[in-house]
Design a protein around this ligand. Structure first.
Ligand code: 13P
Length: 253
């Protein structure tokens, strides 16, 4: 059976002190009442990764992700952070291809693939994000849109590495809007993604791969979303910034 993942993507929120306090509280709550069936991940901004990593190494219980990485190992790329640097710090996962990066930083499917490969090369697990826009869904093109993203990136991953990839389905129209995909809408897209993975990498790989949902997921809607057969947890934005709310979401998985 697939283990569930609940990951908190803090985006550009929390100073170091705020981030440490939030991580402390999450760890405390999970120590009080463990949720061992769920892999809990936090993705703070780069500036907080090192101290939060030290805290996590000391306390255990949760795991650490970065929100992005550069596709090259090193070089003259002012302002960028490589997958090597993240791995060296103790980071285990990295989000790539988030729709905010695609939208605000013009990231293409090819770049998302390059970043995922850079992560895999050093032993980081990429959380690869996919999802359609509102316009694509209203035109009935949501499956085609996601399929194209998958074909241009995920399906080009080396088959030997696919077991290390986590997929996040994040419909753009659901992110930060308070309008989550219904469990039925999410389930049918997750099933579609899983069957697309099966078509390329085989049934076993598809059965094992984790596909998590993101987009206005909170403690009120998470239980029904996570109980769908192809939804293996969540990638949580706004609701991951409060420890109690985030841990409630973890417990619903
Ligand atoms: P919200 O949960 O704030 O909608 O954000 C989802 C998201 O983008 C997680 O990566």
């Amino acid at each position: 059976m697939r283990k569930k993942i609940v990951a908190g993507n803090w985006k550009m929120n929390n100073t170091l002190q705020e981030g440490l306090a939030l991580t402390f509280r999450i760890i405390d709550l999970l120590k009080e009442n463990p949720a061992d069936h769920v892999k809990v991940i936090v993705a703070p901004p780069f500036t907080s990764l090192h101290p939060i990593c030290e805290l996590i190494n000391k306390e255990g219980v949760i795991h650490l992700a970065a929100q992005d990485c550069h596709q090259e190992k090193s070089g003259a790329f002012t302002g960028e952070v490589s997958s090597d640097m993240l791995f060296d710090l103790g980071v285990k996962y990295v989000i790539v291809g988030h729709s905010e990066r695609r939208h605000y930083f013009n990231e293409t499917d090819a770049l998302v693939l390059a970043k995922a490969e850079a992560a895999l090369d050093v032993g980081l697990r990429p959380i690869m994000c996919f999802g359609e826009t509102q316009e694509q869904r209203s035109r009935g093109e949501h499956f085609d849109a996601v399929k194209k993203q998958l074909e241009n990136s995920l399906l080009k991953i080396n088959p030997a590495d696919i077991a290390h990839v986590v997929i996040a389905y994040e419909p753009v129209w659901a992110i930060g809007t308070g309008q989550n995909a219904t469990p039925q809408q999410a389930q049918e897209m997750h099933a579609f993604i899983r069957s697309t993975v099966a078509g390329k990498f085989g049934k076993n790989a598809a059965d094992d791969i984790l596909i998590i949902y993101g987009g206005s997921c909170n403690s009120k809607n998470s239980k029904e979303l996570f109980s769908q057969p192809d939804i293996d947890g969540g990638l949580i934005g706004g609701a991951s910034l409060k420890a109690d709310e985030f841990v409630q979401i973890v417990r619903s998985a």
